[in-house]
Design a protein around this ligand. Structure first.
Ligand code: NAD
Length: 341
């Protein structure tokens, strides 16, 4: 069976995922597109032989749509995800699940009331081959109990519209999700420290930031977020355990020797760095939808957790680096068991 996907939000990542669902994931077809920019929806839909529909509600209700992909702006996600749950359709929502913890909880409650997991959140790092190998090594006990994780998340530059809180909300949120999964542990506190700001970018921006997290199991995490580092897009992660360490591999790249230098190119953006992870993420999501299996990717609960932890990091940033306790509800059994009621 071909899974017929309807896409809400035909912007930058929406168009990239439409291309992926059309050219890469053979078991899927995009049949409907909507965007508040109707002309954009028409143009993007026409490219793949889909229909453009006026609203998200029309798309969710369409008999030509088996599953929904939400790639609109963050503040609109909750409405569309709740609508898909109401229609009993599987829904993949790009991060964030919702921009407030309360809206995330509304989604969690709606999904629990439905009785089966329908929601997957777009944290694609869980599908990256390097992170997956790291998780296997940690789970196998090869490095002993994890004690410390050192991470860095660096972008060459960001636009003027990027604000200091976005370092947690848009950037570190990927580490926040992948660390909870990697360590199979919960983050219980966040602290954000600001060293001297780089002079290379905007006055309004606190960049870089050092984020410190503690897990329930006592692991300490340090994360450097530096979004105007100039030199490239660079993701680092190293977990130190009692018996050794495991490090995320750099993307494969040729070594170049010339003019007395031995060099390796550094990628310039996240799209290239996580292209394979995005492909795997959608292949696995579509396979789950096709067979009616419970999605194995990040759940609505993971979306809630990421928003609550991000909120704690922003509160720390805004209170000059105080340690902020993460105020998270207890995880319902529904999400501990893979989500089948
Ligand atoms: N996983 C990742 O690494 C990753 C990367 C980039 C973006 N994202 C997320 O994807 C989402 C979209 O980001 P983007 O960069 O593509 O933004 P974008 O502005 O390029 O595109 C968003 C599109 O949604 C449309 N839209 C907004 N509200 C709508 C609504 N209620 N109904 C229908 N259409 C609506 C806009 O007109 C626009 O075309 C954001 O939540 C962002 O955080 C995730």
């Amino acid at each position: 069976m071909t899974v017929r996907v309807g896409v809400i939000g035909a912007g930058m990542i929406g168009q990239d995922h439409i291309r992926r669902l059309t050219d890469v994931v053979t078991a899927a077809r995009v049949t409907a597109v909507t965007d508040i920019d109707a002309a954009r929806a028409e143009e993007v839909a026409a490219r793949v032989g889909a229909v453009a529909l006026p609203t998200g509600a029309d798309l969710v209700g369409s008999p030509e749509v088996d599953a929904v992909l939400v790639t609109s702006w963050g503040p609109t996600h909750a409405e569309h995800v709740l609508s898909a749950i109401g229609a009993g359709k599987p829904v993949f929502c790009e991060k964030p699940l919702a921009t407030t913890a309360d809206d995330c909880l509304r989604i969690v409650e709606a999904e629990r009331a439905h009785g089966r997991r329908l929601v997957q959140v777009g944290f694609m790092r869980r599908f990256d081959a390097g992170y997956r190998r790291m998780k296997e090594v940690i789970a196998a006990g090869t490095i002993g109990a994890p004690l410390i994780v050192h991470c860095a998340h660096r972008n060459p530059t960001v636009p003027d519209a990027y604000r200091s809180a976005m370092a947690a909300q848009d950037t570190a949120v990927h580490e926040i999700d992948v660390l909870r999964w990697l360590l199979d542990d919960e983050i219980v506190s966040a602290q954000v420290l600001t060293p001297r700001a780089t002079s290379k970018r905007f006055e309004h921006l606190k960049d870089p930031q050092i984020m410190l997290f503690e897990t329930a199991g006592g692991v300490r995490v340090d994360l450097e977020v530096f979004v105007n580092c100039q030199y490239g897009y660079d993701i680092q992660c190293e977990t130190v355990g009692e018996d050794g360490l495991v490090r995320l591999p750099d993307p494969a790249a040729v070594g170049i020797r010339t003019a007395g230098l031995h060099s390796t190119p550094v990628l310039q953006d996240w799209k290239g760095r996580f292209a394979d992870a995005f492909d795997t993420e959608f292949r696995e999501w579509i396979a789950a939808v096709e067979t009616g299996a419970t999605p194995t990717g990040p759940s609505a609960w993971d979306g809630y957790a990421a928003t609550v932890i991000t909120d704690a990091a922003v509160r720390s940033l805004e209170s000059d680096g105080t340690v902020v306790t993460v105020d998270m509800k207890p995880r319902p059994a529904f999400y501990a068991t893979g989500g089948t009621a």
